[in-house]
Design a protein around this ligand. Structure first.
Ligand code: ZN
Length: 241
């Protein structure tokens, strides 16, 4: 696990980037601003939690602010962290340091152990664990909080979708439809070409998909309809919930 100080260096160029300049990834309930290198990781995050049956109410990512009780920037200011459902029932810190309890929640999580494991299983193609859960911290636990735990260089190797619950299945089931959608959006692959609709979720499709998300189209590829489809058609939920 990398320290916050290390992550501030890794992602320094995104610190308090102007809201609206970040690309968006679809996370559980809608498009959210995140640092560009983390787009695919958040798509995997969304996929894992959705397949594991998590129903979110509130999701917050980018926020240019210091950490609570300090002057250093929160990792939310870099677009590499997410807070989910800070107002969950039973949150012992609700309202403790912020009138709305959002800022530093230690929210009592609604995540099941299986849902936590579903996200923690996500690896990059160079074998690194992509996410760190605030519920694992030793001193102050922050159960609503997840953050990227790898440098941009690891994310650049891509997410290993075989480690994402429902990920490989999603690719196999939906890839032709996804390719057609990306072509309609005008999202091009890493060589600037439109996709051949062949059902193969290879390097071209993956780069076009990420480019589609950069265009603000996260919702069309990783929306709830896709997730419901996977849950209906693929027997992966039982393993992770
Ligand atoms: Zn947080």
């Amino acid at each position: 696990m990398a320290s916050s100080a290390t992550k501030r260096i890794w992602y320094s160029q995104y610190a308090c980037e102007k809201s609206g300049d970040f690309p968006e990834a679809y996370i559980l309930i809608g498009d959210r601003e995140v640092a560009d290198p983390t787009l695919e990781a958040w798509a995997a995050f969304h996929q894992a939690l959705t397949v594991a049956g998590y129903d979110a109410v509130r999701v917050g990512t980018y926020n240019c602010r210091p950490i609570t009780g300090g002057s250093k920037l929160s990792l939310h200011a870099y677009g590499i962290a997410v807070d989910i459902d800070p107002f969950a029932l039973g949150n012992p810190y609700y309202g403790r340091s912020h009138p709305k309890g959002w800022r530093f929640s230690w929210a009592e999580t609604k995540f099941t152990e299986g849902q936590v494991i579903a996200v923690e299983s996500i690896r990059t193609n160079d074998g690194k664990k992509a996410f760190l859960w605030g519920g694992r911290w030793n001193t102050v636990k922050d159960y609503m909080h997840w953050e990227i735990d790898v440098p941009p260089s690891s994310l650049a190797t891509g997410i290993n979708w075989n480690t994402v619950p429902g990920g490989a299945q999603l690719a196999a089931l939906r890839v032709e439809e996804l390719q057609e959608t990306l072509n309609k959006m005008g999202a091009k692959d890493h060589e600037g070409k439109a996709l051949v609709v062949d059902g193969d979720f290879g390097a071209r499709s993956q780069s076009a998909w990420i480019n589609g998300m950069r265009q603000g189209g996260g919702g069309i590829t990783q929306g709830k309809a896709d997730a419901r489809y996977v849950r209906r058609n693929v027997n992966v939920t039982s393993k992770f919930s």
